[in-house]
Design a protein around this ligand. Structure first.
Ligand SMILES: Nc1ncnc2c1ncn2[C@@H]1O[C@H](COP(=O)(O)OP(=O)(O)OP(=O)(O)O)[C@@H](O)[C@H]1O
Length: 255
């Protein structure tokens, strides 16, 4: 299978003399071109998993394979992490600094600004942007790398509902337009089902369950199929945790 393959990946941290197993023999396959959502309770190892795949942290054990992929990987974080002194276009151009051909550099930059509706703000500084726009710039910077693999760590978590919805729609459009593989971490069960072709449920450092989402894009969160899948994912998370959330509606549940 072409794609990213994790085989028995483990990662431990030492905190105050205690050993924390952040990842415990994680097995996961992400086929090339797939959109995979990862959900799970806070602290279950989602960020560590992305960091290991990105190469920001080394695993203690296990193997990571990129089969049939060229290794071009980009990551988007919960906060935009823009350089305050640089304009929108200069922030995005940071991802193109290895591009030798100036015409191509300009073309990728112009195209990405346009796709994300940022052309009119290309000269703006980060302090002149709204939260949604800043996150769009962060996504643009990642896309300028023309990644085969895009890792997203709760990228829309800090946005208001409207901006979040817009960016979710834009991300699906970008995914369908490009041959890109996406691994998307979220606390929001509905977002996981809205975006992923597969939802992986993590618990205490393990990928416990993989639930396929066989719905066409764009998805309708009000449809019976969507609601049933959302419930299935939620039940899987609660089953792993062994707890109940008595006062929350399924609409609002995030983990
Ligand atoms: N640099 C670190 N040093 C020590 N412990 C860490 C470090 N990074 C993560 N951990 C621990 O590893 C475990 C997994 O953390 P991780 O950030 O991957 O979880 P998460 O599922 O992404 O959580 P959240 O949803 O809250 O972001 C947690 O117990 C955390 O305290």
């Amino acid at each position: 299978m072409e794609g990213v393959l994790l085989s028995n990946i483990s990662k431990r941290f030492q905190v105050d003399g205690r050993t924390i197993g952040a990842l415990k023999r994680v097995k996961l396959s992400v086929p090339k071109g797939a959109f995979v959502s990862i959900v799970g309770y806070s602290g279950c190892g989602k960020t560590t998993l992305l960091n290991v795949i990105m190469g920001l942290q080394h695993s203690d054990e296990g193997s990571l394979f990129f089969d049939g992929m060229d290794g071009r990987t980009a990551m988007v974080f919960q906060e935009p992490r823009l350089v305050a002194a640089l304009s929108v276009e200069k922030n995005m151009a940071l991802a193109l600094k290895h591009e030798k051909n100036p015409a191509r550099k300009e073309m990728v930059l112009d195209h990405t600004l346009e796709v994300l509706g940022l052309t009119a703000f290309r000269k703006a500084l980060p302090c002149q942007l709204s939260g949604g726009m800043a996150q769009r710039v962060a996504l643009g910077r990642a896309l300028c790398r023309e990644p085969e693999l895009l890792l997203m760590d709760e990228p829309f978590g800090a946005l208001d509902a409207l901006n979040r919805k817009r960016l979710q729609e834009e991300l699906v459009r970008i995914y369908l337009d490009r041959e890109i593989t996406i691994l998307f971490v979220t606390h929001d069960v509905a977002e996981a089902v809205l975006l992923g072709r597969k939802v992986c449920v993590m618990d205490q450092g393990e990928v416990r369950l993989e639930i396929p989402v066989p719905l066409a894009y764009p998805r309708n969160p009000g449809s019976a199929e969507f609601i049933s899948l959302r419930e299935k994912v939620l039940e899987a998370i609660l089953r792993e945790d062994g707890s109940v959330l008595p006062h929350q509606t399924t609409e609002s549940r995030s983990v």
